[in-house]
Design a binder for this molecule. Structure first.
Ligand SMILES: O=C(CO)[C@H](O)COP(=O)(O)O
Length: 243
């Protein structure tokens, strides 16, 4: 943790569940939200409006998992940042490795989306992280630094933008980097951002490892995938971030 930075625990629900599942999960998270920690849930687009309406005035923020760089236009299947804001989202995840891999997203494209998000009044959460091959080649710090430099637009830090370090090989695999490796990357991220920037770790965060990971220097929260689909697990991770 970084003294003076309130932790953020964000759940990325990815492409899971029905609308009924989403509403029940959101309600369970709301009911158990601990004090002293900011909570964010990011449902699939089609569930976002209902979940955001249910969380209005509650201590759980709601975010999108992506947005388009344009404010409107002929972009079939895409969603604009202003549309996310309009239905009650406050955050948006950008540049997740699954989108970089599945949709060919580049640092420049992520930067353009982040500009749109900031313009719409959303807080962007930009994901960076190396592949296993890059880590084994000793390139992890350089890869992450290049992604940060390429993906963060001007005004990102002033707008309270968040950076999430998610090593690609740790996502959904049950494998996590060593605590020293996480701390080393987060020190690089701190040097490239600001003393007030929230830096999240993501990749197989579970109740069992949350306390240790969240206790590392410059780790100001977590971006949680699989464990965020189980309210008790997500809340246990949030509890590990609390005072
Ligand atoms: O979804 C994640 C948070 O963005 C990230 O991919 C980690 O997933 P997990 O390994 O299932 O927690």
């Amino acid at each position: 943790m970084t003294p003076g930075i309130r932790p953020l625990i964000a759940g990325n629900w990815k492409m899971h569940g029905t609308l009924r599942d989403a509403a029940a999960l959101a309600e369970a998270v709301r009911a158990g939200a601990p004090a002293g920690v900011d909570l964010l849930i990011c449902p699939p687009f089609v569930h976002l409006h209902v979940v955001a309406a249910a969380m209005l005035g509650q201590p759980v923020a709601v975010g999108g998992q992506d947005c388009h760089a344009a404010a409107k236009g002929a972009h079939t299947g895409d969603v604009a940042a202003v549309m996310l804001r309009d239905v009650g989202a406050t955050h948006v995840i950008l540049g997740h490795s699954e989108r970089r891999a599945d949709h060919g997203e580049t640092d420049a494209g992520v930067r353009a989306k982040a500009e749109a998000a900031i313009g719409a009044g959303l807080t962007p959460i930009i994901c960076v992280g190396e592949t296993l091959a890059q880590r084994e080649a000793g390139e992890a710090e350089a890869v992450v630094a290049a992604q940060v430099k390429g993906s963060l637009p001007e005004g990102f830090l002033a707008a309270g933008g968040v950076v999430a370090y998610e090593p690609v090989w740790a996502i959904g695999t049950g494998r996590t980097p060593t605590e020293a490796d996480i701390a080393a990357i987060h020190a690089v991220l701190r040097g490239l951002t600001s003393p007030a920037t929230r830096l999240l770790y993501g990749g197989s965060v579970k109740p069992a490892n949350a306390k240790a990971i969240l206790g590392l220097p410059h780790v100001d929260g977590a971006l949680v995938g699989g464990a965020s689909l189980v309210a008790a697990d997500f809340l246990a991770i949030a509890g590990a971030a609390g005072p």
